[in-house]
Design a protein around this ligand. Structure first.
Ligand SMILES: [Ca+2]
Ligand SMILES: [Ca+2]
Length: 217
């Protein structure tokens, strides 16, 4: 995927925030939560962004957070079992930060976030003051169980996906999306969107389509 696509979106989003972004770099693929303060895991990065407090080796977040991945963290795998938990300690990654949080991978092949079948991968809280964006990464292996959104459950004020590959995600409850450029309707087990969330997946598991928009449960 050409980086300028998500770069342009990122610049627009950060410019609209009116604030400088705090960079939080993930430095391990291990699913840590408070241990090993020499390494910052993806779950710990989300926690630092949620709380605007340094956590587990990650720097404190701020109103606008930019979560990036170094060369040692390109395949984060969730291993902390425990569904139906919204404190970000187990199962899915619970994003609940006020303000803006942007996940920026290195490429769809280079940054692969694996749900490992223990839960969905990302759960975006129903906050009216939260905006979330995913860029240039892959989300795979999420399993929402009886719920919806095996890859991402979106209930943030706005949520956008640019140059993201969703694959091997499963959910018992599917949602309907409009796929572009063919403007056809289809179902997605990867994405469930509510509120004003907009899903723009440039590559999805629905192979005949390139973008998924206006998903609704
Ligand atoms: Ca750590
Ligand atoms: Ca969770």
């Amino acid at each position: 995927m050409k980086p300028r696509l998500w770069n342009a979106a990122l610049v627009l989003l950060l410019a609209s925030s009116g604030l400088g972004a705090t960079a939080i770099q993930v430095t391990t693929r291990n699913d840590q939560f408070g241990e090993d303060t020499t390494k910052c895991s993806l779950r710990e990065a989300v926690q630092a962004a949620n709380t605007d407090t340094a956590f587990g080796g990650c720097p404190a977040g701020s109103a606008t957070d930019l979560i990036t991945f170094d060369q040692f963290s390109n395949q984060p795998k969730l291993t902390r079992a425990g569904r139906d938990e919204d404190a970000n300690a187990t199962g899915d990654l619970d994003v609940s930060a006020s303000g803006t949080i942007v996940f920026v991978g290195n490429s769809t092949g280079g940054t692969v976030i694996d749900g490992n079948g223990i839960d969905r991968v990302f759960d975006l809280d129903c906050r009216s003051d939260m905006n979330v964006q995913f860029n240039s990464l892959t989300i795979r292996g999420g399993d929402a169980g009886s719920g919806a959104g095996g890859g991402i459950y979106m209930c943030a004020h706005t949520a956008s996906i640019y140059a993201v590959h969703m694959t091997e995600n499963s959910a018992s409850s599917v949602v309907h999306c409009t796929f572009r450029p063919h403007r056809s309707q289809g179902q997605s087990q990867s994405i469930a969107a509510r509120s004003r969330a907009i899903a723009r997946a440039l590559r999805t598991e629905e192979r005949s389509h390139t973008m998924a928009t206006n998903c609704s449960s």
